[in-house]
Ligand binder design. Sequence first.
Ligand code: WQD
Length: 369
Amino acid sequence: MHVLVTGGAGYIGSHTVLQLLQDGHEVTILDNFSNSSPEAVRRVNALSSSKAKLLKVDLLDEELLKETLTTVKPDAVIHFAGLKSVGESVSQPLKYYRNNVTGTLNLLDAMDSAQCHTLVFSSSATVYGESTALPLLERTPRSATNPYGRTKLHIEEMLEELGASDARWSIANLRYFNPVGAHESGAIGEDPQGIPNNLMPYVAQVAIGRRDKVGVFGGDYSTPDGTGVRDYIHVEDLAAGHLAALEYLKDSSGVHVWNLGTGTGASVLEVIEAFRRVSGQPVPYEIVERRPGDVAESYANPEKARLELGWKAERGLEQMVEDMWRWQEQNPRGFESGDLLELSDDELAEHLKPYLVTRKEDGPRGDID
Ligand code: WQD
């Protein structure tokens, strides 16, 4: 298939693009680089015998977006592009509604004009709000506790109503739990701008010496060690979930939803401990005030994806931390640093040869019928 990937230069997008290429798909990436780097795509293409095309397009540029979709004529779209900082969404809600909701509306219009009605949407477990009914099921009632989460919820509801109004649409809402880790090569990974909001990249930056210590947001939760428990999922497992959903949509119209989590929770202190083991660094921390809006525990029931998609997460916390640490060590300041940046395209491909994935012999996996 020819898959158009919005936000494909980003963290989860770049890992998914690499797996799409490996799986024999043709890939075109749209990205506005507001929270990503073209360098990530350069490295993805160095890791693959077939290459993704990269176009700088902002989803708020309706004309260019429509022009691009009718030119590219994708068979399917995977939609990652969106702002995702909970904190920033509270201080700038309209920026989040405009970028995430209006951007998605523009994309859906452009897809319709290009006769493309197959969409995989990057949703989030944040749509479960502060639900304490664990493990979280796809039928668990949804709610929003911040503007970012509300944009994801609104988009899911828009897609449900679109699917009900027009049987041509095949849509998958994928609810991510906590994406972490990096490709085994260490060449691509999570490169947050500024101070990381999320735990793992923050711990990685403490381990590499960019930050002094981890502030543990609350040590008095009703959890085994008093710190927050989350369902961390390796970004490579998450990427594989997108390919499984795409495969499912080839033969299924309507709107579908799946949790993409491991079903296992890990606490903040367990994450810090794992980083100490893997990195050999002290990783100091201090228990501080709880972060407003945090729940004590959140983890998935991933059964529906296993039964319907034949997908389940394969990688445990240790590998998540090992792969994250390798990326962080090789790229102390993300894509704007590290030795790989200095290499030419040919030198980069040579350096990454041990990890090169070749396109499946049978070529593209056929069009959406
Ligand atoms: C994990 C745990 C914190 C930072 C968020 C978004 C969610 C999704 C994933 C986009 C919690 C604790 C964190 C720190 C800490 N993003 N923590 N010190 O909050 O589960 O989910 O990211 O889709 O929408 O809400 O992830 O990594 O921020 O926090 O103690 O410096 O680590 O309290 O228990 P979260 P997180």
